[in-house]
Design a binder for this molecule. Structure first.
Ligand code: TRP
Length: 332
């Protein structure tokens, strides 16, 4: 059976963008794959300027969100990347096999580096660390969104190169397991969902807070009056119905929208009900975890222990095959 690994940046509390784009899928996969590994990638989060106190808080919020969203620590291992030092060790090794040009060609690097005056080398090395994350556990299936396909190609190149030099077949070539739901735009109908843009809904927000975001959400711009027929295929709120409402409701939305039966507010109220229904159990679990933070600590400690056991075994074999194992005098 395949081994699943995925990582998520500690951006704080989850929002519906990263929930639908990744974590909801992880919750499903933990039931079909034993011992899946889900890593809060804090070393990836320090490539820009950041405040240590904020990072500390965000790691906690992300871990809590993952458990609240339904990751079950008895089925899957959730851990912090910095709790397993082997990630950075293997990352160094991989830098020696990675052509600079391949890193400079990464779209995410070009994007991010164009926005800063002085480019930290860590930004360039980001996908090398990501390859190490995955290959350290010899994972072969990586649930991600489409934006990570290029990084995974690099991980496969690295696995192939290392194998060719040091041990045929040792590292599997990891394949993306693409998230079933297509990426949904933010509620502004313009940019991708992001907490800093305020165009998304936090997983732990109250009903009132959700409605305050949803009420002004952009719909079909050509539908000006309630009596105008709308076009679901260009409406972002319809995309959200596809993620949160059952197929019967989705069909009804199309019917009501295209015949101007419902106004956009009616449509959004139905959506609100379905979002609240999905998020309510998540909020309850989060409240339970707030009351018992030791559960989070214990689960992360267990996850870290399980991850280190695999990581240490991989590094033992990697060092041995690379001539980096315990030194001894030359044999006669
Ligand atoms: N780069 C990923 C993102 O921004 C996060 C990540 C880091 C990751 N390491 C990983 C994803 C390993 C999958 C596997 O979303």
């Amino acid at each position: 059976m395949s081994r699943i690994f995925s990582g998520i940046q500690p951006s704080g509390e989850l929002h519906i963008g990263n929930y639908l784009g990744a974590v909801k899928n992880w919750v499903q996969l933990q039931h079909t794959h034993d011992g899946a590994l889900f890593c809060v990638v804090d070393y990836h989060a320090i490539t820009g300027n950041y405040d240590p106190a904020v990072l500390r808080a965000r790691r906690w919020e992300m871990a809590k969100s993952l458990f609240a969203a339904g990751i079950d620590p008895t089925r899957a291992h959730v851990f912090l990347q910095s709790d397993v030092p082997e990630h950075t060790e293997l990352s160094w090794i991989f830098t020696t096999l990675t052509p600079l040009g391949d890193l400079e060609r990464q779209t995410q690097f070009k994007d991010k580096s164009s926005k800063v005056e002085s480019i930290p080398a860590g930004l360039l090395m980001y996908p090398v660390l990501q390859s190490a994350d995955i290959l350290l556990y010899r994972a072969d299936a990586v649930p991600v969104g489409e934006d990570q396909i290029q990084h995974l190609e690099l991980a496969r190149d690295t696995a192939r190169k290392w194998n060719a030099r040091f041990g045929e077949g040792y590292f599997p070539e990891p394949k993306p397991l693409l998230t079933p739901t297509r990426r949904i735009l933010g509620l502004d109908g313009q940019s991708k969902m992001s907490k800093s843009l305020g165009n998304t809904v936090g997983l732990l927000e109250t009903d009132d807070e959700i409605w305050a975001k949803l009420r002004p959400a952009v719909t079909d711009p050509q539908r000006v009056r309630k009596t105008d027929a709308g076009r679901p295929d260009v409406c972002n709120v319809y995309q959200l119905h596809k993620a949160f409402s059952d197929t019967e409701t989705q069909a009804n939305v199309v019917q009501q929208c295209t015949t101007a039966g419902w106004g956009c507010m009616d449509c959004k109220k139905v959506l609100l009900g379905n979002i609240v229904e999905e998020l309510t159990p998540i909020r309850h679990r989060a409240a339970m975890l707030d009351a018992e933070p030791a559960r989070i600590l214990d689960a992360l400690a267990d996850g870290g222990r399980a991850a280190r056991a695999i990581a240490q075994e991989t590094m033992r074999e990697v060092r041995e095959r690379m001539g980096l194992d315990a030194v001894h005098p030359p044999r006669a």
